[in-house]
Ligand binder design. Structure first.
Ligand code: ZN
Length: 297
């Protein structure tokens, strides 16, 4: 494990005047637009090659228009980061942080309208690419999202821009703290209709192959620690780069146990990162990246 294997998740809140601590994720902050470039610069200085950006817009609406606004929070953050740093910026691509109802797609009645959502995803991808994103990472789990985004990017002359697909995203209890961080909890219902059942392994392989066929450049498994078997299976069975996301609940659990003196934090964190890499991840998205990069060779 080395800092080069890490990607650091960064939240940017358009409404924040200064970085704000996230109670359930000790040490992690929601950045302000003013602070985000400095944060990205610090990450780059630690030898971490990339960040993944999540935005919290000034305002939310039915269709999540903040997600593809030219001066949207992610687009503006990317421009500010690129002025001061060459750290690679992966832009999370979804609607749940931007819609008033908190769902990942546009609604038709109480259901998600998959096809109209794909059109919007294409618009988001182009706006992020224009702002300078190095990679887009669709996380909404709509059917056909990778193909739709690939097509939209190609038509806008971004043929080279890679797509990191959240191909294997389980419906997990470990996302809890993220919802506080990103304020993205659905106002009604849940996301089980488009996230995978924790008991299913076969579906993971099918989704991974589907996303590769649609043009994904990197496949992500999320969460990481509870799904190392899935990561190892993908490593064996599919070609393509693999990422694993050690999610907010994994971070919070380790931090809480360490704070109580129940775990040796440093040993447990380094072991967890090593295990994720051993299972097959080419890179690990983790909230520990910034704190632990200096402790890695
Ligand atoms: Zn979403």
């Amino acid at each position: 494990m080395s800092p080069k294997d890490l990607v650091y998740p960064v939240f940017v809140d358009a409404r924040a005047k200064a970085p704000q601590a996230i109670a359930s994720m000790p040490g992690i902050h929601r950045q302000s637009l003013r602070a985000v470039a400095k944060e990205a610069g610090e990450v780059a200085d630690l030898g971490i090659p990339g960040i993944i950006l999540f935005g919290i817009p000034e305002e939310k609406d039915e269709v999540g228009s903040g997600a593809f606004a030219k001066n949207g929070v992610v687009q503006e953050s990317i421009r500010r980061i690129k002025e001061v740093s060459d750290v690679a910026v992966i832009a999370d691509l979804c609607l749940c942080e931007y819609t008033s109802h908190g769902h990942c797609g546009l609604l038709k009645g109480a259901r998600i309208d998959n096809d109209r959502t794909l059109e919007v995803y294409g618009k988001i991808a182009i706006s992020q690419a224009l702002a300078g994103a190095d990679m887009v990472a669709p996380s909404g789990m709509m059917d056909g999202q990778v193909a739709a985004i690939r097509k939209a990017l190609d038509e806008a002359d971004f043929e080279e821009l890679p797509i990191l697909s959240y191909a294997v995203k389980y419906a997990s209890a470990f996302y809890g703290p993220f919802r506080e961080a990103a304020e993205g909890a659905p106002k009604f219902g849940d996301r089980r209709s488009h996230q995978m059942d924790p008991g299913s392994a076969v579906q993971a392989l099918r989704e991974a192959r589907l996303d590769l066929a649609e043009g994904a450049d990197v496949l992500m498994v999320k969460p990481a620690m509870p799904y190392l078997d899935i990561l190892a299976t993908l490593r064996r069975e599919v070609d393509g780069a693999l990422a694993a996301f050690q999610v907010s609940g994994e971070y919070a659990a380790l931090k809480a146990a360490a704070a109580n003196g129940w775990l040796d934090e440093e040993a447990a964190v380094l072991e967890s990162l090593t295990a994720i890499k051993r299972a097959g991840a080419d890179f690990v998205l983790t909230y520990f990246a910034k704190e632990y990069a200096p402790r890695l060779p």
